[in-house]
Structure formats: C-alpha cells, structure tokens
Design a protein around this ligand. Sequence first.
Ligand SMILES: [Zn+2]
Length: 275
Amino acid sequence: MKYCFIFFLTLSFLGSGCLPDAAKVNEYEETAPEVNRDFIHEKFILTREDFAEHLTGLSMAVAEDPAGFLDIAVRMLEMQPEYLLLVDKNHALDPKFQPEDSVDLAFYPELTRGRDGLFLSRKAAEALVKLSKAAAADEVILVISSAYRSYEYQQGLFSMFADRDGEEAASRYSARAGMSQHQLGTTVDFGDITNAFSESSAGIWMAENAGDFGWSLSYPQNLEAETGYTWESWHWRWIGTDAVKMQDEYFDGIQSRMLVFWNGNAPLLREALIP
Ligand SMILES: [Zn+2]
C-alpha cells in the first residue's frame, strides 16, 4: 500500500495525465493502512502495550521478542487445544476425558511394545512412529512400556503406590487420577520406567533427538518444585514440533513452564488472532 502511494507521488512529479487528483491522494493518505502499523505481528490484533498489559506471567524471553513468540504461537493455535492442555497437580482433567481418536499401537509394526493394550491418540501415535523409525535408523530401539491410561486405571495405580509408600511419598512420583498426562493419550513411558533409562542408548538418543519429532520431557531433573514430580527420564509427552520450539526458545526448554504460560494466555491470543 505504501508503495502504491509512493508510486502515485512519483507519477504526480512526472506530470502524467492519468493521475488521481489531489483530493483523492489526500483521501487515500487519510485511510492509509495505519491500522497495522502498531501491531506486533500481522496475524494478531495486538500492540506491544496490549501484549505487556494483558498477557499474564510474561517471561523475559517472551517480553523481549513478542514477534518471534507470536510467529510460533500462530501455529500452536491451529493445533487441537487438548494437545497443549496443562495437566498437573493443580490442573485436573475431567474423569470422563478421553482422547478423541485413540488407536491401538499394535496397528503400527514400526513400534516396539513392552506389552499389549497400549493406546494413544492418532496424532501422537503417528509422531511416535516417526520417532521410532528415526531411532531405529540409528540402531536404537525404543520400547514403549505405557501409553494412554484411563482415569480409573490411574486411580488404581495411585492407590497401589499409596498403599505401598504412603500417600505423600507416592504423590512425588505418581499422579492422582485426573492429574496424569497419560490420560491425554499423548504421553509415553519408555524402557524399564526407572532413571537407568537416561543412561541407556534409548535414553541418550531421546535426550538428543526427541524434540525434533515434537516429544518433550515432562519432568526434568531438579525441577520437582516447579513440575510437582521428581525426575522421570522415561516419561515423554508429544506436544508437536512448534510447541517444542516455543519451549526451547522462550521457556528454558521446560515443558511445564511453557504450558503454564500457554494455558494462561492462549484464550487471549486466540481472540486476538486475525481470521
Ligand atoms: Zn509416565
């Protein structure tokens, strides 16, 4: 638009006969695309002031580069919201929540299953196939030990651990029903479900490569105060490559930090999105 205006001005200096008259140029000037000038990003009706004022829990990295943040956010808003849902000790899922399109992992010959009866939502299953194929190309076998867990299953699991170790101790390593990422159908436990996994070839490979396939470690080392759980090197959630990028570039590579921010601000971002 700006170029058209300059073009018109240039023509007027040349004295061309097919010019808009002065009144029209002025009119155009008045209705020039001022509207977009102050927005941080072409896809959002958001000025820097809106951004700083209305987004909650703004991290330094996001505050310093809102345009870069919004570049990734626009793609995350296209995902089904449940893929980026915050599920932790303060944010429980409905007991009835089930992944919409769950599939039996037995249908994918590329996967190595530790047992039968493993299900995931289709998107996560497909991402797991890509991950497993890439690992296999590097001669690494990823053994899937646990995947989707229903509310009832998690309830039984937690009470078994609580009976064994006491409720408080159990809650440091096991989620109460409704508070497990496994109920989402996008989360997988690998190997023997101990931190020996981190030193196995599969664990080392995952730490180096999983992010490229949209998989994120939910409970890293020394972050119990923030995530609510002790280190679980075997527990990975699929959030997609865009969210992993967001996590790495703006939230110090910490999934829970990114999801807390995302869940607090995604509704506002969705509202500000230009259709
Ligand atoms: Zn797990």
